[in-house]
Write a protein that binds this ligand. Sequence first.
Ligand code: FAD
Length: 456
Amino acid sequence: MSEQNFDIVVLGAGSGGYAAALRASELGLSVGLIEKGKLGGTCLHVGCIPTKALLHSAEVADVARESAKYGVTTTFGGIDISAVTAYREGIVASKWKGLQGLIKARGITVIEGEGRLVSPTTVQVGDDTIVGKNVVLATGSYSRSLPGLEIGGRVITSEQALQLDFVPQKVAVLGGGVIGVEFSSVWKSWGADVTIIEALPHLVPNEDESVSKQFERAFRKRGINFTTGVRFQSVVQNENGVVVTLENGATVEAELLLVAVGRGPSTAGLGFEEVGVTMDRGYVLTDERLRTNIPGVFAVGDIVPGLQLAHRGFQQGIFVAEEIAGLNPVVIEDVNIPKVTYSDPEVASVGLSEAKAAEKYGADKITAYDYNLAGNGKSHIIGTSGSIKVVRVNDGPVVGVHMIGARVGELIGEAQLAVNWEAYPEDIAPLVHAHPTQNEALGEAFLALAGKPLHA
Ligand code: FAD
């Protein structure tokens, strides 16, 4: 039984929590970082990093299959899942080692175990009492299911999907959002027959509608099956697989059902409500400065309503550390956070969709320009199609950028600066974009919106 005292106690060492700890320690604050699992949380161990390793393996499989098109003779011999696993685990292990070293080097005290908030300043971990002048709640999220849909056996979440030691031949995926399409893309490239079931009218439904439609065309062309606008009704498991029934009576038979219907906040039973933290359906409510209703208690990451993204968590963690240190950091707004859907093709966006911009400013007060990647040399070379749409307020700033095509996630940086700095297309149009890059396509869209289209 012991008591330890810190300037900041952080509960949960995922993207949000460890970023808060690292920044706070840089600012000279003492930090106790409580973690019941592994430093790095969901993103590093079962989220962003391992899934992107799978996607890279999928891309390599596609390259091998299509190499003759580029004059390279190879034979695609299939997927060696144990080698894929070794590659994926090696990447995670190396990043994990790096993070552990960094946290140690910064003098952060790591407390292993499950913490429970017992007062506005105190977290109990087993027999140990951890006291902080400030407490940051960062306990993350879990894969949600639907009412009556039990996870188990052949009905799996993304965590089990990552650990599969075989390549499924036939998979059903419930949910056509980021996680659902990511795994669908991987399994298709590895040779599986994939069917996605999405209740909303489109796949990647949170994106600009024109992008969602192009995405559907691209998935259809790849032979990925999907139904949209129809709800899941039930699933029956048998010896060989699952039979999924939809509300319209249609059925999908598969070896496995991946449930990818979103993530819920991991806050149950952690004492937050008992201590008086205001919550809504398990989420911790904060103001824009990430303060809960209890002075000195902050929350970051997936437990705060809004986008559930690692980079949002990182930035919120940095924000809270600076807020506690009295540096008055700039408020983070979800609309200005870039989103990338990693699949083939990729989708990347920041700011308002065309529809949302029209709603906010009036349809006659905005202009959207959609540059087709068919006009971009580098896209031709790497064999991708797609588009980059830029939305501006007339005689005003860029308020949204929406891209689809191979590797467009790597182009989001410039778009993000344009939206966040409220740049006018006329400000960016004179900047020289390197040729031949896909980035040029973004430059072309800015040129067109500035009234001087080049290749459009
Ligand atoms: P988490 O990373 O979930 O960390 C919370 C930590 O708190 C965990 O380590 C947990 O063990 C610990 N914890 C919980 N309760 C307690 C307790 N009582 N005591 C002690 N410790 C506790 N985001 C992206 O930006 N890009 C991507 O490409 C991406 N891909 C994803 C792919 C998948 C399959 C999944 C599932 C998620 C993906 N995400 C991605 C989302 C990203 O992983 C999350 O947004 C991010 O991890 C949230 O960070 P967090 O700090 O809020 O929570």
